[in-house]
Design a protein around this ligand. Sequence first.
Ligand code: GLU
Length: 470
Amino acid sequence: MCGIVAAIAQRDVVPILLEGLRRLEYRGYDSAGLAVQQDGALHLCKAVGKVAALTDRTLHEKTAGPIGIAHTRWATHGEVTEANAHPHVSKRVAVVHNGIIENYAPIREELKQQGYVFVSDTDTEVIAHLIDAELGRQDSLMAAVQAAVARFQGAYGLAVTDAENPDELIVARMGSPLVLGLGIGENFAASDVAALVSVTQRVVYLQEGDIARLRRDEISIFDADGAEVQREPHQAAVGDTASKGGYRHYMLKEIFEQPRALAETIQGRISNHHLLPESLGPGAQEVLQRSRGVHIVACGTSYHAGMVARYWIESLVGIPVNVELASEYRYRDVVVPPDTLFITLSQSGETADTLAALRAARQAGYLSTLTICNSPQSSMVRESELAMMTQAGLEIGVASTKAFTTQLAALLLVTAMLAQAAGRLDEALETELVNALQRLPDDIEAALQMDAAIRHLAEDFVDKHHALFL
Ligand code: GLU
């Protein structure tokens, strides 16, 4: 899932959209595009490859306008081509989309029968045509988007602009994150707060099923049932911004951030050489005491953290642990043994398969659900009964470093809390574990001090093609 940026202002928004896309580049993407309203018409600009190529095109074509939507695509349906890049257009409507519309095929057939012509292979194009079709039946753009999204299965973050509605933008989310940015006489939306911090730090996180209407001086949010709702504005945290802070690349910076990230993750979970199980949330103590087994469900790096934790929990707590990929778990009819604790891990708290697994788990009869997550405003944290935040901050490097090590620290804390609740952690062992956790930031700092020596050793290996680790 890639990037969305949208803006409505009195000034030209193209530089804002492009800057937002640049700030989302770290997520990876294959093509980029934007649409702005220019003199009552939609002006579209797309490019395969980098945002820089899109920027050149907008300069060449003198693209400008006070309202627009932009996207970086990571193809799921259809090749990486300009035709498949977003925005997708249907007459007066342009749409950008993150995610997957699972039931796009029958909707596409139905729209073809109504005379719509498809010019891309994406699932996204049905969104544009369906909204256009609904505009003929509904009395506002908002109502047309509401009617269209009601038919979608799958995951979406959307931004929609309509040439006949020059004073508003509509955005919607389900299974894919979206945040609104509040300005003065201008408003913004993006799939990630990092895209907005250059224009505003006042943000509102949309919740699952929310649809929002952005005007220049007003924002209205409606929940999945169509009721107008108020969502609290937040101050975007400084850690949400992307900067290399003097390091040669993000991954190096993130490796060196581990002592701080771990210290902050452990903080508030232990005091005076003792564990604080209440820090998991109200009722945690009872859940820990009743747990007779654990299911850990996650994806990618988080899954691997779960595999480490299985060894710890089985040996220290003496209860059975299953670790499973969320993409498998969500499609099984899971049989849940009594008094089993469900644990999910996710850096973003929005990982589509893990979120779907958590929702399935909530219906499946678990003792409780616990999410270990790096993003406090995320869907998974909101939808779990218990939560433990890791304090890694934004991780941009694709190979995980501080996000993984803070997950391990959180899992070791949970393991120790489970062991204590099961009566298997005597005072000496508790002190030993807690002291080891408290020492961890210093130990990592000492390891990082070996940087120059490691660099020297690396020179012996730089030309080698194979390595065997014993
Ligand atoms: N499914 C859409 C496509 O393939 C959106 C992919 C994305 O999230 O970038 O075009």
